[in-house]
Ligand binder design. Structure first.
Ligand SMILES: C[S@@+](CC[C@H](N)C(=O)[O-])C[C@H]1O[C@@H](n2cnc3c(N)ncnc32)[C@H](O)[C@@H]1O
Length: 375
């Protein structure tokens, strides 16, 4: 990541979100944006998806500009994510009767357990969001976590959240690009590395995993919940392509890869793959994508009604209308409606991908760097 890019992104973050980032969430964060910069951020993002259908040249541009593409995406959606979902930006499985927050935390505990994270470990969280998972895993295991992220706004929020939770001794948050981890950390630094629904933003999975391999100590473990298209996905099927495109556009992903690309990438890097399992491929009574559906029958706890309403079809329509009115009367910055529309696309694509099992956000790989790496 060049110094010029770092500085430009840091300055833009200050312009867009202001100095006081931590305590503002949801509506209060949205309303305090600099309007001109928000308009620019939205158009910067949507420029990557002109035309609304798959286009090979545009895909190539997104792959080349992956860092800016995702940086601009998270500049505009972070407040909506926090408002709708909370401080962990990922999906999870649900037991019958389990609340939304319990399920999110359990998904994080499970990854920590599968990675074998211990109190004395130095752990890297690749693409750490606003730090929700890092706080939970630090509490759960007592380990020390370094969260890496290329989005300055989220880093500021993660630092603020760690301090508020009294976890700032266990947690650090650092700006960096997961395509060049070795530019930020020495080789053989971490005991464990995990990534939760983040490396799907990589333009090349093998290069990204290779960086993770380098910074892991020999014998160290990498555990990831990867977003991939499953074996059922057919590149030549138009309906399948549409679903993939909606997910890419609505979630800031330059290109969604298929599961065999991810699997091969790990092996080609030299990892021993210990676990290779799609956690969404089961008969869970409550599906992982349920918060994005409008199906009240899935709500497991009365405390989840508000979350479910915000993320459901009806709740999203309500938010879109509210944001649209606020934008029209000049309270919300211009472009806010376009953001809600992109997120709507994402929700539709994710539910369709989930129902048809063409897509999974929880392809679990646990991979070990050999004690004596060959190269
Ligand atoms: C869906 S969010 C998941 C965040 C977090 N893992 C969680 O579960 O809450 C994806 C994260 O990856 C980060 N990210 C995307 N591209 C990145 C890159 N090139 N280098 C570092 N982080 C990146 C984003 O800024 C965002 O924080």
């Amino acid at each position: 990541m060049t110094t010029e890019l770092r500085q430009r992104q840091a300055e833009f973050t200050k312009q867009l979100h202001g100095e006081e980032i931590g305590p503002k969430v949801g509506l209060s964060a949205l309303l305090s944006k600099d309007k001109k910069s928000q308009k620019l951020a939205v158009s910067q993002y949507l420029d990557n998806w002109k035309g609304g259908v798959y286009d090979q040249d545009q895909e190539q541009e997104r792959l080349e500009n992956y860092n800016e593409t995702t940086h601009s995406y998270y500049n505009i959606v972070t407040d909506f994510y926090e408002y709708g979902w909370g401080s962990s930006f990922h999906f999870s499985r649900f037991y019958k009767g389990e609340s939304f927050q319990a399920s999110i935390a359990r998904h994080e505990h499970y990854l920590a357990y599968m990675a074998g994270i211990k109190k004395q470990d130095l752990v890297l969280d690749v693409g750490c969001g606003v730090g929700g998972p890092a706080r939970e895993i630090a509490n759960f295991t007592g380990c020390h976590i370094v969260g890496l992220n290329n989005n300055d706004y989220q880093i500021a929020k993660a630092k603020w959240g760690a301090k508020k939770a009294g976890l700032d001794k266990n947690l650090e948050f650092i700006k960096g690009d997961f395509m060049d981890l070795n530019g930020t950390f020495e080789e053989n630094t971490f005991d464990k590395v995990y990534a939760i629904e983040a490396t799907c933003h990589a333009p090349n999975l093998e290069k990204c995993y290779k960086e993770i391999y380098k910074v892991l100590k020999p014998g160290g473990v990498f555990a990831v919940y990867e977003w991939v298209m499953t074996d059922k996905f057919d590149e030549n099927n138009e309906e399948h392509q549409k679903i993939r495109y909606e997910i890419e556009l609505g979630d800031g992903i330059p290109k969604m890869f298929s599961v065999d690309v991810a699997r091969d990438a790990l092996k080609n890097c030299g990892f021993d793959v210990l676990v290779d399992k799609d956690l969404a491929d089961n008969n869970d009574e409550v599906p992982w994508y349920y918060p994005l559906t409008g199906e009240w029958k899935y709500v497991q706890s009365i405390n989840d009604l508000a979350t479910f309403f915000r993320t459901s079809y009806l709740g999203r329509k309500f938010t879109n209308t509210m944001v649209s009115v606020m934008e029209k009367v000049g309270i919300a910055p211009e472009g806010s409606v376009k953001v809600t529309e992109a997120l709507e696309n994402a929700a539709v694509g994710l539910v369709a991908g989930g129902r048809s099992k063409l897509f999974t956000p929880m392809m679990l790989f646990v991979a070990k760097k050999p004690e004596e790496p060959s190269a």
